[in-house]
Design a protein around this ligand. Sequence first.
Ligand code: N2P
Length: 614
Amino acid sequence: MAGPGRRASGPGIVLGGLSVATYLFLYAPIFVLVALSFNQSRLSASWDGFTLGWYAKAATNPIILASLRNSLIVAFAATVVATVAATAAALAFHRHRFRRQGLLEGLITIPTVAPEIVLAASMLLLFAAVGLRLGFLTIILSHVAFTISYAFVVVRARIAGFDTSLEEAAMDLGAGPVQTFLKVTLPAIFPAVMAAALLVFALSIDDYVVTSFVAGVGATTLPLQIYSMVKSGISPEINAVSTMLLVATALLLLAAFLFEQGRSARVAGLPALVGLSVLGAPFVMTPGGAAESSRALNLFIWSNYIAPETVAKFEARHGVKVNIDLYDSNEALLAKLQAGNAGYDVICPSSYSVQVLVAQDLLRPLDLSALPNLRHIDASFLDQAYDPGNAHSVPYFWGTTGIAYDRRKVAPPVDSWAALWDPRHQGRVLMLDDAREAFGAALRMRGHSVNATDPRRLEAARDDLVRQKPLVRAYNSSNFEDVLLSGDVWLAQGWSGQFAKAMEQSPDIVYVIPREGSTLFIDSLAIPKGASHPGLAHAFLDFTMEPEIAAEICRTMHYSSPNRGAWPLLPPQIRDHPAIFPPPDVLKRLELIQDLGDATVVYDRLWTEVKSGR
Ligand code: N2P
């Protein structure tokens, strides 16, 4: 007979199993992350023993510390403003009855269900419209905007039972409004206010979507920093930071819950205190934290394009701090500059983006008299059609787009773009996450220019790229060389410098420029119109053109230097590296990507069709 105390039956076991599977599904990724943060090995593939080393490393990494500090500033400011505003609103709705009250209350809470991405985009548009420079202020304003509703819901629910006649009694006994608020109202609603504040803090500290839209240079928060680090490969240091962030947010949310449940301040305050200490600990461990400098150069550059040692030399010479943000496509750069005043002093657009930026009047004309080292740049890279007279840009790096493959897995010869469409490589191909480069490969494969605009050719290229999708393991423009080295893919489309580096790490990596030809890129440094430090920006441009510095930049990054003065200073293994300085017969097969004006939207549309799996 079935009874209340019976043991699990068939359906019971199934249900139990399902529950376990659901919890596993929810928490397995987190367990993996946490476990790997204690792994001695840098690679996630092997467990080499337990260590706390990655935590120590993360807690002393100045870049992580600076971003954590920024996150704390934003979270504290947003918490104070949003909690005060939400509490005031909740009290007003509780105390007074007025027309359209339900509607107005509803309007406050709608942002809790509005898509975050919509909120983010509209914030950005608003700031651009009123000409507000992106930075701390814009992040704080946005965080306040999206957290107020949550804080309001928490306070409003909790004070529903608050008896306002207590306030009236206090007033009758002679207390003034301030005294009444401090002595009667606040103590009564305190748990609700604390719960709201902790919730706002937790929401703010780990927000990525909204922040990524409205952050300007110098205001990189921890989640943005983690994402930017992930672009150059997931390291155990990131696992450690993410685990800390996870623990801190979980504790803050637990405290918020306990306050909401009406637990005593001592019980609920404990997890809050521990959570905040987890976030504050790195600053106690490393006094001084992230160094700040009043004068700073804000640099927005491709990932893998400048070494910390080069940046440090410029900082030391000019007594300034260089803030660096990274991107992996011209489109990301253009979007950031077109969206509003991001505050960058120096950017690094490719040839065709210089054209777009000049046409949109987003670049500051250069003062060539402040750039004496321009004379070291080889004449073949100067005065290009995309920027006559170098009025707006100076060449920084050049390079090629090609295919690198692992010769243990792919049988040579790989000499055509068609190798990336070879069904034998199913699921083992990597393509650049870049419309012009992916279309460039497909167009070249059929003997067309990478600058084709004929709709039939473009649609055929789109069809080729869609057909290629089952072979493609990843679209990646950031750490494609690492993915190849890890063995995850066997062939990758990518850019020369990073592949030249990979070749140093593995003798089995081969780099080829397909016989049908490919892209040559020239990436230049330029100064945006609204740059706040144009003098320092010119100094930076000139610094990168000093032959010793240009040689160091080429030596450390392995992209090709346009600086004739730097060439003799390069070690033979760089100077004679065929992937870095290809022979003339290869160069003949390359072409520069050009701005295609109106046809750009066609590329955008067709690329979206490829990516969205049409
Ligand atoms: C650097 C990529 C090279 C830029 N990560 C190609 N224009």
